[in-house]
Write a protein that binds this ligand. Structure first.
Ligand code: NAI
Ligand code: MG
Length: 355
Protein backbone atom coordinates (compact mmCIF):
# COMPACT_ATOMS: atom_id res chain seq x y z
CA UNK A 1 0.00 0.00 0.00
CA UNK A 2 1.25 3.46 -0.93
CA UNK A 3 0.52 6.38 1.41
CA UNK A 4 0.08 9.59 -0.55
CA UNK A 5 1.43 12.63 1.27
CA UNK A 6 0.88 16.18 0.07
CA UNK A 7 3.64 18.58 1.15
CA UNK A 8 2.80 22.27 1.50
CA UNK A 9 6.15 23.92 2.27
CA UNK A 10 4.80 27.49 2.39
CA UNK A 11 7.12 30.34 3.32
CA UNK A 12 10.31 31.08 5.25
CA UNK A 13 11.61 28.21 7.35
CA UNK A 14 8.47 26.21 6.47
CA UNK A 15 10.17 25.17 3.26
CA UNK A 16 13.41 24.35 5.12
CA UNK A 17 11.94 22.13 7.81
CA UNK A 18 9.45 20.26 5.62
CA UNK A 19 12.23 18.71 3.54
CA UNK A 20 13.87 17.64 6.80
CA UNK A 21 10.67 15.77 7.69
CA UNK A 22 10.63 14.18 4.23
CA UNK A 23 14.15 12.86 4.73
CA UNK A 24 13.16 11.34 8.04
CA UNK A 25 10.06 9.74 6.48
CA UNK A 26 12.23 8.27 3.75
CA UNK A 27 14.39 6.70 6.43
CA UNK A 28 11.26 5.27 8.04
CA UNK A 29 10.11 3.88 4.70
CA UNK A 30 13.44 2.15 4.27
CA UNK A 31 13.65 0.80 7.80
CA UNK A 32 10.06 -0.43 8.03
CA UNK A 33 9.50 -1.30 4.39
CA UNK A 34 6.80 1.31 3.80
CA UNK A 35 5.94 3.29 0.69
CA UNK A 36 5.30 7.00 0.82
CA UNK A 37 4.57 9.07 -2.26
CA UNK A 38 5.18 12.80 -1.95
CA UNK A 39 3.82 15.70 -4.00
CA UNK A 40 4.50 19.38 -3.41
CA UNK A 41 1.93 22.20 -3.71
CA UNK A 42 1.82 25.93 -3.01
CA UNK A 43 0.16 27.71 -0.11
CA UNK A 44 0.58 31.08 1.61
CA UNK A 45 2.84 33.86 0.40
CA UNK A 46 4.53 31.80 -2.28
CA UNK A 47 1.10 30.90 -3.68
CA UNK A 48 0.17 34.59 -3.75
CA UNK A 49 3.32 35.32 -5.74
CA UNK A 50 2.84 32.42 -8.15
CA UNK A 51 -0.93 32.16 -8.50
CA UNK A 52 -2.37 35.40 -7.12
CA UNK A 53 -4.15 33.60 -4.28
CA UNK A 54 -2.94 32.18 -0.93
CA UNK A 55 -4.87 28.96 -1.54
CA UNK A 56 -5.05 27.79 -5.17
CA UNK A 57 -7.94 25.44 -6.00
CA UNK A 58 -5.38 22.97 -7.28
CA UNK A 59 -3.82 22.81 -3.79
CA UNK A 60 -7.18 22.16 -2.12
CA UNK A 61 -8.00 19.41 -4.63
CA UNK A 62 -4.62 17.73 -4.11
CA UNK A 63 -5.07 17.80 -0.33
CA UNK A 64 -8.55 16.29 -0.56
CA UNK A 65 -7.19 13.39 -2.61
CA UNK A 66 -4.20 12.77 -0.32
CA UNK A 67 -3.91 10.37 2.60
CA UNK A 68 -2.34 13.09 4.75
CA UNK A 69 -0.96 16.62 4.45
CA UNK A 70 2.29 18.02 5.83
CA UNK A 71 2.50 21.80 6.10
CA UNK A 72 5.54 23.96 6.85
CA UNK A 73 4.44 27.50 7.72
CA UNK A 74 3.11 30.57 5.96
CA UNK A 75 3.67 34.30 6.18
CA UNK A 76 6.35 36.93 6.12
CA UNK A 77 6.92 40.69 6.04
CA UNK A 78 6.70 40.73 2.25
CA UNK A 79 2.92 40.22 2.39
CA UNK A 80 2.15 42.04 5.66
CA UNK A 81 0.56 45.02 3.95
CA UNK A 82 -1.56 42.99 1.54
CA UNK A 83 -5.36 43.32 1.71
CA UNK A 84 -6.90 40.69 3.98
CA UNK A 85 -7.96 38.26 1.21
CA UNK A 86 -4.39 38.31 -0.16
CA UNK A 87 -2.66 37.46 3.09
CA UNK A 88 -0.78 34.18 3.58
CA UNK A 89 -2.77 33.29 6.76
CA UNK A 90 -5.89 33.15 4.59
CA UNK A 91 -4.38 30.10 2.95
CA UNK A 92 -3.97 28.39 6.28
CA UNK A 93 -7.44 29.25 7.57
CA UNK A 94 -8.84 28.25 4.17
CA UNK A 95 -7.26 24.80 4.06
CA UNK A 96 -8.35 24.08 7.66
CA UNK A 97 -11.90 25.00 6.68
CA UNK A 98 -11.82 23.13 3.35
CA UNK A 99 -10.70 19.90 5.02
CA UNK A 100 -12.98 20.54 8.04
CA UNK A 101 -10.03 20.16 10.40
CA UNK A 102 -11.90 20.87 13.61
CA UNK A 103 -9.48 19.36 16.12
CA UNK A 104 -5.98 20.67 16.65
CA UNK A 105 -3.91 18.42 18.92
CA UNK A 106 -0.78 19.96 20.39
CA UNK A 107 1.28 17.77 22.66
CA UNK A 108 3.69 19.68 24.92
CA UNK A 109 6.33 17.53 26.50
CA UNK A 110 9.42 18.73 28.26
CA UNK A 111 12.45 16.72 27.12
CA UNK A 112 14.70 15.91 30.07
CA UNK A 113 17.78 17.12 28.21
CA UNK A 114 16.19 20.48 27.43
CA UNK A 115 15.00 21.45 30.91
CA UNK A 116 17.67 24.16 31.03
CA UNK A 117 16.48 25.61 27.69
CA UNK A 118 13.26 26.89 29.23
CA UNK A 119 13.26 30.23 31.02
CA UNK A 120 11.09 28.55 33.69
CA UNK A 121 12.57 26.88 36.77
CA UNK A 122 13.50 23.26 36.18
CA UNK A 123 11.64 22.04 39.30
CA UNK A 124 8.45 23.59 37.92
CA UNK A 125 8.59 22.12 34.44
CA UNK A 126 10.13 18.75 35.26
CA UNK A 127 7.68 15.99 34.30
CA UNK A 128 5.31 18.25 32.37
CA UNK A 129 3.50 16.34 29.63
CA UNK A 130 0.23 17.73 28.41
CA UNK A 131 -1.97 17.83 25.34
CA UNK A 132 -3.85 20.90 24.21
CA UNK A 133 -6.96 20.11 22.16
CA UNK A 134 -7.88 23.32 20.38
CA UNK A 135 -11.10 23.84 18.39
CA UNK A 136 -10.01 24.99 14.96
CA UNK A 137 -12.93 25.82 12.69
CA UNK A 138 -15.17 28.05 14.80
CA UNK A 139 -14.99 30.95 17.21
CA UNK A 140 -13.63 34.43 16.66
CA UNK A 141 -11.44 33.60 13.68
CA UNK A 142 -14.40 32.60 11.54
CA UNK A 143 -17.45 34.35 13.04
CA UNK A 144 -19.37 36.86 10.96
CA UNK A 145 -19.80 39.75 10.93
CA UNK A 146 -16.14 40.64 11.20
CA UNK A 147 -15.78 44.13 9.82
CA UNK A 148 -15.07 47.81 10.26
CA UNK A 149 -18.02 50.13 10.52
CA UNK A 150 -18.67 53.81 10.70
CA UNK A 151 -15.84 54.83 8.33
CA UNK A 152 -13.54 52.40 10.07
CA UNK A 153 -13.98 53.97 13.49
CA UNK A 154 -15.94 51.02 14.95
CA UNK A 155 -15.11 47.34 14.61
CA UNK A 156 -16.85 44.06 15.26
CA UNK A 157 -15.66 40.46 15.46
CA UNK A 158 -17.99 37.58 16.29
CA UNK A 159 -17.41 34.57 18.53
CA UNK A 160 -19.90 32.00 17.25
CA UNK A 161 -20.24 28.27 17.98
CA UNK A 162 -22.91 25.69 17.32
CA UNK A 163 -23.73 22.86 19.74
CA UNK A 164 -22.48 20.33 17.21
CA UNK A 165 -19.12 22.08 16.86
CA UNK A 166 -18.60 22.10 20.60
CA UNK A 167 -19.76 18.51 21.05
CA UNK A 168 -17.34 17.03 18.54
CA UNK A 169 -14.27 18.78 19.98
CA UNK A 170 -15.29 17.89 23.54
CA UNK A 171 -15.72 14.24 22.50
CA UNK A 172 -12.29 14.29 20.88
CA UNK A 173 -10.78 15.69 24.08
CA UNK A 174 -12.44 13.08 26.31
CA UNK A 175 -11.23 10.32 23.98
CA UNK A 176 -7.71 11.77 24.02
CA UNK A 177 -7.78 11.88 27.83
CA UNK A 178 -8.83 8.22 27.92
CA UNK A 179 -5.63 7.37 26.06
CA UNK A 180 -3.51 9.39 28.51
CA UNK A 181 -3.73 10.20 32.23
CA UNK A 182 -7.54 10.51 32.15
CA UNK A 183 -7.77 14.08 33.37
CA UNK A 184 -9.52 16.77 31.34
CA UNK A 185 -9.32 20.50 31.95
CA UNK A 186 -11.94 22.47 30.05
CA UNK A 187 -10.90 26.09 29.63
CA UNK A 188 -13.43 28.86 29.04
CA UNK A 189 -14.55 32.30 30.17
CA UNK A 190 -17.95 31.21 31.44
CA UNK A 191 -18.19 34.08 33.91
CA UNK A 192 -18.51 36.47 30.96
CA UNK A 193 -19.15 34.81 27.58
CA UNK A 194 -22.36 33.13 26.42
CA UNK A 195 -20.35 30.85 24.13
CA UNK A 196 -18.39 29.66 27.16
CA UNK A 197 -21.55 28.96 29.15
CA UNK A 198 -22.80 26.57 26.45
CA UNK A 199 -19.30 25.08 26.23
CA UNK A 200 -19.34 24.35 29.96
CA UNK A 201 -22.87 22.86 29.82
CA UNK A 202 -21.83 20.50 27.04
CA UNK A 203 -18.72 19.33 28.92
CA UNK A 204 -20.94 18.62 31.95
CA UNK A 205 -23.42 16.66 29.77
CA UNK A 206 -20.68 14.69 28.05
CA UNK A 207 -18.76 13.65 31.13
CA UNK A 208 -21.28 10.93 32.01
CA UNK A 209 -20.24 9.15 28.82
CA UNK A 210 -16.62 9.10 30.00
CA UNK A 211 -16.83 8.10 33.68
CA UNK A 212 -13.15 7.15 33.80
CA UNK A 213 -12.07 10.74 33.04
CA UNK A 214 -11.94 13.38 35.77
CA UNK A 215 -13.02 16.85 34.66
CA UNK A 216 -12.34 20.35 35.89
CA UNK A 217 -13.32 23.74 34.52
CA UNK A 218 -10.77 26.53 34.61
CA UNK A 219 -11.19 30.11 33.44
CA UNK A 220 -8.78 31.02 30.69
CA UNK A 221 -7.00 33.76 32.61
CA UNK A 222 -6.39 31.47 35.58
CA UNK A 223 -5.28 28.74 33.17
CA UNK A 224 -2.71 31.05 31.61
CA UNK A 225 -1.18 31.46 35.05
CA UNK A 226 -1.38 27.80 36.12
CA UNK A 227 0.18 26.62 32.89
CA UNK A 228 3.53 28.10 33.87
CA UNK A 229 3.25 27.83 37.67
CA UNK A 230 1.84 24.27 37.91
CA UNK A 231 2.21 22.67 34.46
CA UNK A 232 2.34 19.14 35.84
CA UNK A 233 -1.29 19.52 37.07
CA UNK A 234 -2.48 19.22 33.46
CA UNK A 235 -3.11 16.23 31.24
CA UNK A 236 -5.54 17.20 28.45
CA UNK A 237 -6.75 20.78 27.99
CA UNK A 238 -9.74 21.44 25.72
CA UNK A 239 -10.63 24.93 24.61
CA UNK A 240 -12.03 27.13 21.86
CA UNK A 241 -10.04 28.42 18.92
CA UNK A 242 -8.48 31.68 20.12
CA UNK A 243 -7.90 30.60 23.73
CA UNK A 244 -6.16 27.50 22.37
CA UNK A 245 -4.04 29.55 20.01
CA UNK A 246 -2.76 31.70 22.86
CA UNK A 247 -2.36 28.96 25.46
CA UNK A 248 -0.44 26.69 23.12
CA UNK A 249 2.16 29.37 22.37
CA UNK A 250 2.43 29.99 26.09
CA UNK A 251 2.84 26.26 26.75
CA UNK A 252 5.71 26.16 24.28
CA UNK A 253 7.99 27.79 26.87
CA UNK A 254 7.77 24.55 28.84
CA UNK A 255 9.75 22.89 26.08
CA UNK A 256 12.33 25.64 25.68
CA UNK A 257 11.50 26.49 22.07
CA UNK A 258 8.62 26.82 19.66
CA UNK A 259 10.85 24.76 17.40
CA UNK A 260 10.02 21.64 19.45
CA UNK A 261 6.22 21.68 19.21
CA UNK A 262 4.35 19.52 16.69
CA UNK A 263 0.64 19.54 15.94
CA UNK A 264 -2.02 17.45 14.27
CA UNK A 265 -5.23 18.85 12.82
CA UNK A 266 -7.89 16.22 12.35
CA UNK A 267 -11.22 15.94 10.56
CA UNK A 268 -14.10 13.71 11.58
CA UNK A 269 -13.12 11.10 9.03
CA UNK A 270 -11.10 12.81 6.36
CA UNK A 271 -7.52 13.69 5.68
CA UNK A 272 -5.40 15.01 8.57
CA UNK A 273 -2.94 17.91 8.39
CA UNK A 274 0.30 18.00 10.34
CA UNK A 275 2.35 21.12 10.98
CA UNK A 276 4.74 22.59 13.51
CA UNK A 277 3.24 25.07 16.00
CA UNK A 278 5.73 27.71 14.95
CA UNK A 279 5.48 30.15 12.05
CA UNK A 280 7.76 30.96 9.14
CA UNK A 281 10.37 32.70 11.36
CA UNK A 282 11.43 35.41 8.89
CA UNK A 283 14.20 36.45 11.30
CA UNK A 284 16.13 33.24 10.65
CA UNK A 285 14.71 32.14 7.26
CA UNK A 286 17.28 31.28 4.61
CA UNK A 287 20.09 30.70 7.11
CA UNK A 288 19.64 26.93 7.37
CA UNK A 289 19.59 27.06 11.18
CA UNK A 290 15.91 26.37 11.91
CA UNK A 291 15.13 23.60 14.35
CA UNK A 292 13.43 20.85 12.27
CA UNK A 293 12.23 18.85 15.29
CA UNK A 294 8.70 20.35 15.54
CA UNK A 295 8.15 19.44 11.87
CA UNK A 296 9.73 16.00 12.28
CA UNK A 297 7.57 15.25 15.34
CA UNK A 298 4.55 16.42 13.32
CA UNK A 299 5.43 13.78 10.73
CA UNK A 300 5.51 11.23 13.57
CA UNK A 301 1.99 12.34 14.56
CA UNK A 302 0.95 11.82 10.93
CA UNK A 303 2.19 8.24 11.04
CA UNK A 304 0.27 7.63 14.27
CA UNK A 305 -3.03 9.37 13.54
CA UNK A 306 -3.43 9.04 9.76
CA UNK A 307 -1.58 5.80 8.99
CA UNK A 308 -1.85 3.93 12.30
CA UNK A 309 1.91 3.33 12.19
CA UNK A 310 2.58 3.46 15.92
CA UNK A 311 5.89 1.67 15.88
CA UNK A 312 7.19 3.96 13.14
CA UNK A 313 6.00 7.06 15.02
CA UNK A 314 7.74 5.89 18.15
CA UNK A 315 10.94 5.26 16.18
CA UNK A 316 11.00 8.93 15.17
CA UNK A 317 10.27 10.16 18.69
CA UNK A 318 12.95 7.94 20.14
CA UNK A 319 15.50 9.05 17.55
CA UNK A 320 14.79 12.70 18.44
CA UNK A 321 15.17 11.98 22.13
CA UNK A 322 18.42 10.03 21.58
CA UNK A 323 19.97 12.80 19.50
CA UNK A 324 19.04 15.42 22.11
CA UNK A 325 20.42 13.20 24.87
CA UNK A 326 23.71 13.05 23.01
CA UNK A 327 23.87 16.82 23.46
CA UNK A 328 23.13 17.96 19.92
CA UNK A 329 21.02 21.09 19.70
CA UNK A 330 20.01 23.78 17.23
CA UNK A 331 20.58 27.45 17.97
CA UNK A 332 17.11 28.08 19.44
CA UNK A 333 17.78 25.45 22.14
CA UNK A 334 20.21 27.52 24.13
CA UNK A 335 22.63 25.08 25.60
CA UNK A 336 25.70 25.53 27.74
CA UNK A 337 27.32 22.31 26.61
CA UNK A 338 26.86 19.86 23.78
CA UNK A 339 27.21 20.44 20.06
CA UNK A 340 25.52 23.18 18.06
CA UNK A 341 24.19 21.89 14.71
CA UNK A 342 22.24 23.36 11.81
CA UNK A 343 19.01 22.11 10.19
CA UNK A 344 20.68 19.63 7.83
CA UNK A 345 23.00 18.26 10.49
CA UNK A 346 20.18 17.77 12.99
CA UNK A 347 18.12 16.01 10.30
CA UNK A 348 21.01 13.74 9.37
CA UNK A 349 21.56 12.81 13.02
CA UNK A 350 17.90 11.90 13.50
CA UNK A 351 17.83 9.95 10.23
CA UNK A 352 20.95 8.05 11.24
CA UNK A 353 19.46 7.26 14.65
CA UNK A 354 16.44 5.69 12.89
CA UNK A 355 18.35 3.55 10.43
P1 NAI B 1 7.36 32.36 14.51
O1 NAI B 1 6.89 31.12 15.15
O2 NAI B 1 7.62 32.31 13.07
O3 NAI B 1 8.70 32.86 15.24
C1 NAI B 1 8.76 33.23 16.61
C2 NAI B 1 10.22 33.14 17.09
O4 NAI B 1 10.58 31.78 17.27
C3 NAI B 1 11.22 33.73 16.11
O5 NAI B 1 12.26 34.35 16.81
C4 NAI B 1 11.74 32.51 15.38
O6 NAI B 1 13.04 32.66 14.89
C5 NAI B 1 11.66 31.42 16.44
N1 NAI B 1 11.39 30.11 15.85
C6 NAI B 1 10.19 29.66 15.41
N2 NAI B 1 10.31 28.43 14.90
C7 NAI B 1 11.61 28.09 15.01
C8 NAI B 1 12.36 26.94 14.64
N3 NAI B 1 11.79 25.88 14.06
N4 NAI B 1 13.70 26.94 14.88
C9 NAI B 1 14.29 28.00 15.47
N5 NAI B 1 13.63 29.11 15.84
C10 NAI B 1 12.30 29.17 15.60
O7 NAI B 1 6.27 33.49 14.85
P2 NAI B 1 6.21 35.02 14.40
O8 NAI B 1 7.57 35.60 14.34
O9 NAI B 1 5.20 35.60 15.28
O10 NAI B 1 5.60 35.00 12.94
C11 NAI B 1 6.37 35.00 11.75
C12 NAI B 1 5.47 34.79 10.55
O11 NAI B 1 4.91 33.47 10.63
C13 NAI B 1 4.30 35.73 10.47
O12 NAI B 1 4.11 36.07 9.12
C14 NAI B 1 3.14 34.94 11.02
O13 NAI B 1 1.92 35.36 10.50
C15 NAI B 1 3.49 33.56 10.54
N6 NAI B 1 2.93 32.47 11.37
C16 NAI B 1 2.53 31.36 10.68
C17 NAI B 1 2.05 30.27 11.37
C18 NAI B 1 1.70 29.08 10.58
O14 NAI B 1 1.98 29.00 9.40
N7 NAI B 1 1.10 28.08 11.19
C19 NAI B 1 1.93 30.27 12.83
C20 NAI B 1 2.45 31.46 13.45
C21 NAI B 1 2.92 32.53 12.73
MG1 MG C 1 -0.58 30.88 16.94
Amino acid sequence: MINKIVMLPGDGIGAEVIYAAKEVLEAIAKKFDRQFEFSVHDIGGIAIDRHGTPLPTETVEACKKADAVLLGAVGGPKWDNNPSDLRPERGLLGIRKALDLYANLRPVKGFEKLLHASPLRQDIIQGSDLLIVRELTGGLYFGTPSERRNNGEDVVDTLAYSRKEIERIVDKAFQSAQLRKKHLTSVDKANVLESSKLWREIVEEKKVQYPDVTVEHVLVDACAMKLITNPTDFDVIVTENMFGDILSDEASVLTGSLGMLPSASLAEDGVGLYEPAHGSAPDIAGQGIANPIAMILSAAMMLRYSFEMNEEARAIEKAVEDVLNEGYHTKDLKSHDGTLVNTNEMTALITKAIL
